[in-house]
Each structure stands twice: as structure tokens, then as C-alpha cells.
Design a protein around this ligand. Structure first.
Ligand SMILES: Cc1ncc(COP(=O)(O)O)c(C=O)c1O
Length: 351
């Protein structure tokens, strides 16, 4: 089916007049700025000056990201974490109480929460027992009210990558938006979907600075899509959604891509160490294949093991009540010392 973005956008947003900031109205360089009601004297309690509003569209940062990701700046939206584009996609494309989105549980919880907040219905098409897409079931679930399908690859909490061919086949068939959340892509040997954007006008790829870059605290998420999709997200977002500090820290980080790559290698190595050791323990039934910075461990007694680890000061994520994850704990790969502490505590479990 041909993709028609204007038919997909909620009609009242097509001609939305977005907020026009002082920096939108005057973009040049001047000696005196008296147009944004800022404090001219500087910033209280800060060693640097933060008294000016940040650039609303972050062109410098996008230019650097575009270089790294081999795409165009016009294909990038930056948000307050990936959570912002997730929410914006629902606000822009889904009519509350009428439209729906398709989710493939078990998956990242914010898709459901954002849908609930926006009063958008969720149609669940669970993953198979090996956490793969049940392609025909997804295709069968699509109705005219379906506006967005979220794929999380590598998937949280299972850790595996979803089959690329299945995502592509669904993207070809579906005339709504296909979102591929690649928050963990740096830990995976799979190709990113960013390179496929030119072939699929209905594709949106999410990535984040929260995982491989070690910058969860600055809250910076990326959405990659066609310039037309990016443009509507920019119209609806808060004018200054990415603050000055975040932009500065991210620009510095982008000059040090090799440090990110080294950290990723260390984490992958530790992921293997952790997996090998845990597999020798009798309280581990299975460790699922992972392309992420965490492992999903199936145990006979998830909750009991979780509680005992908490008592020993080690916090993992109890996923034992989650569909298809019965008895499972999700363990983030830590430093060598942290992993040793976990392994020691695990070997001392009396359950
Ligand atoms: C699949 C997935 N997407 C997005 C996020 C959140 O990313 P951000 O910190 O950029 O909001 C997470 C966080 O755990 C995640 O697991």
C-alpha cells in the first residue's frame, strides 16, 4: 500500500502553527540580544553562562550525529531521552480512543505507558517463545485504525535481535509507521535500520545516548526518519526540549567515539564472562541469547533469588511475572568487580 504521511498525521496538526521562539524569529549574530527576556548578567550558582535559551533545533549536534550515523541532519530528531519521541509519535499519529498501536510483548514498558497516557489502544501480538516476531499474527492484527507498530531490537527484556526480514516485510505491507527501537544496537552485531530509511518512508528508528554512550543522566534520545516525519515531530515538541548542558556534553562525547567503542567491547566481554559463569550454576535453567548489555536468566525461583540478592546489596531486575519471562531475572552487565560480586552472591544463594 502506498504510504501517505499527510493521511497518517492527526488532521488538526497538519496546519499547526508551532511556537515561534525569539531565536526562530532572529537567527543571525547580533551584539545585543534583548528579545528573549533572559537575564543579561549571567547564571546564579554556575561557573559557566547558561542565561541564554538553547538552540531549539540543535543543528551543531545533529551535524555531528549525522556524520557518525551516515545520514542527513534533516533525518534526525533529538528528544529528552527516547521516551520523548515515543510519546510524540503517539501524540502526532494516534487519535485518542480511536486509533491503536501494535506491541509485541514482552517488550520495553514505555510504549504501553505512553499509549495509556495518550488514551491510545494497544493491540498485543506476543513474541514467540524464542522471542521472535509472529509475523503472520502481526499482519493479521493490522486494521485501518492501526497507526504505529513498535519493534524493539535488540529487545528489552529478552536481549535478542528481532529478525530483520520480518520487520522489512511488515514495513513493506503496512501503511502506518514502523518504529524500530535500537536502544541497544551498539552491543549488537546486527546492522542498524538507519541505513534503510531511504527505502522506507514509514520507518522510524530510535537510538539513545543512555546505554553505550554512558549518558543516561543527560537525557538524550534520537529518532531517525524521513525529513517530513522529523519536521512534524519538531513542530509538536516543546521549543527548547534539549537543554544547553545536554548539548554541550553530547558534542564532547561525539568527539570520543573510540572511548564508547572500547566501553562497548568491555561490556560485551563481561557479558560473556557473566554468562559462562552463571551457566555453571544449578539455579540457572537457561540464559537467553543476547545482543544487548544485559542477560535474561531463567531460574526456577525468580522472586526468591531476587529477594536474596537484594539482601546482599545486589539489585537486578525481577521480570519473573512478565509474560514469557516466568522465573526470569534481567541482569545488566556491570564492571568486572560488580559482576564478580554478583557471581559470588549468586553462588552463596540458599534457595
Ligand atoms: C528499548 C528501550 N528503549 C528506550 C529506553 C529508554 O531510553 P532513554 O533513556 O533514551 O529514554 C530503554 C531504557 O531502558 C529501553 O530499554
Amino acid at each position: 500500500m502506498p504510504f501517505n504521511l499527510n493521511k497518517l498525521i492527526r488532521p488538526h496538526l497538519i496546519h499547526l502553527q508551532p511556537y515561534s521562539s525569539a531565536r526562530d524569529e532572529f537567527k543571525g549574530i547580533a551584539d545585543v540580544y534583548l528579545d528573549a527576556n533572559e537575564n543579561p548578567y549571567g547564571s546564579v550558582g554556575a561557573s559557566a553562562k547558561y542565561n541564554r535559551y538553547p538552540d531549539p533545533l540543535q543543528p551543531k549536534l545533529k551535524e555531528k550525529i549525522a556524520e557518525l550515523k551516515a545520514c542527513d541532519s534533516s533525518q534526525i530528531f533529538l528528544g529528552n531521552g527516547s521516551d520523548e519521541p515515543i510519546d510524540l509519535l503517539l501524540r502526532v499519529f494516534c487519535e485518542p480512543e480511536k486509533d491503536n498501536i501494535i506491541l509485541l510483548p514482552p517488550t520495553y514498558g514505555m510504549y504501553q505507558v505512553s499509549a495509556d497516557i495518550n488514551h491510545v489502544k494497544v493491540v498485543n501480538v506476543p513474541l514467540s517463545s524464542d522471542f521472535q516476531i509472529q509475523k503472520q499474527k502481526v499482519l493479521d492484527a493490522i486494521v485501518p485504525e492501526t497507526k504505529v507498530i513498535f519493534f524493539c531490537s535488540p529487545n528489552n527484556p529478552s536481549g535478542n535481535s528481532l529478525k530483520r526480514e520480518d520487520i522489512i516485510e511488515i514495513t513493506n505491507f503496512f501503511d502506518g509507521l514502523v518504529v524500530v527501537d535500537e536502544a541497544y544496537i551498539d552491543f549488537s552485531s546486527q546492522k542498524t535500520f538507519v541505513a534503510d530509511l531511504k527505502n522506507y518512508p514509514n520507518l522510524v528508528v530510535l537510538q539513545t545516548f543512555s546505554k553505550a554512550w554512558g549518558l543516561a543522566g543527560i537525557r538524550l534520545g534520537m529518532a531517525f526518519a524521513s525529513p517530513e516525519i522529523i519536521s512534524i515531530l519538531n513542530k509538536v515538541k516543546y521549543p527548547y526540549n534539549i537543554n544547553t548542558l545536554t548539548q554541550q556534553v553530547a558534542l564532547k562525547a561525539l568527539q570520543k567515539n573510540e572511548i564508547k567503542n572500547k566501553m562497548v567491547s568491555k561490556i560485551i566481554k563481561q557479558r560473556n564472562v557473566l554468562t559462562e559463569h552463571l551457566l555453571n550454576n544449578q539455579l540457572v535453567e537457561k540464559i537467553y541469547p543476547t545482543d544487548a548489555n544485559f542477560i535474561l536468566v531463567k531460574t526456577p525461583k525468580g522472586k526468591e533469588i531476587y529477594d536474596s540478592l537484594v539482601e546482599k546489596g545486589i539489585i537486578v531486575r525481577d521480570r519473573s511475572k512478565v509474560q514469557l519471562c516466568e522465573g526470569c531475572l534481567r541482569i545488566t552487565v556491570g564492571t568486572e568487580m560488580e559482576n564478580l560480586a554478583l557471581l559470588r552472591a549468586w553462588s552463596e544463594l540458599k534457595i
